[in-house]
Design a protein. Structure first.
Length: 138
């Protein structure tokens, strides 16, 4: 099985959990923009009815395209500013968890890039990992 999708959402980083106190209880919640981005990603992936099974090693290839600000010099080719690439990956994998695969611990290989592009989007391929890097069992 292979999942290949273009998700039309502005890539953003996974927000840190927030907490508040109500009625002498501590409540922990996900920031609104992070929760909303996860919903948009899941909605885009809803067209894939099947989910990868448990204990299947997965490879994820992803490119995050962000709009290039008009104030950015033409000499700058890559978005080297925040948010970090690992924050984008964390949000994407958390959004896919329990929708595309049971647990993001099944992801054993990640190829990720952050680029300028229009429209802002996430291009994603998830497939079963066929071989390991440096396997000596050939």
């Amino acid at each position: 099985m292979k999942v290949k999708a273009t998700i039309l959402v502005d890539p953003q980083s996974k927000g840190r959990p927030r907490s508040t106190i109500k009625n002498n209880k501590i409540l922990v919640y996900t920031p609104h923009n992070t929760a909303w981005a996860e919903v948009l990603i899941r909605t885009s992936l809803a067209k894939f009815p099947d989910m990868f099974g448990a204990k299947i090693p997965l490879k994820v290839k992803v490119i995050f395209y962000k709009l290039k600000p008009k104030s950015t010099s033409k000499k700058i080719l890559f978005p080297v500013t925040r948010p970090d690439l690992d924050g984008h990956i964390r949000l994407l994998l958390d959004a896919c968890q329990k929708y595309v695969f049971p647990d993001d611990a099944a992801v054993v290989t990640i190829e990720a890039r952050k680029r300028f592009g229009s429209p802002p989007r996430i291009e994603l391929i998830i497939e079963e990992e066929k071989e390991g890097i440096g396997d000596s069992n050939k």
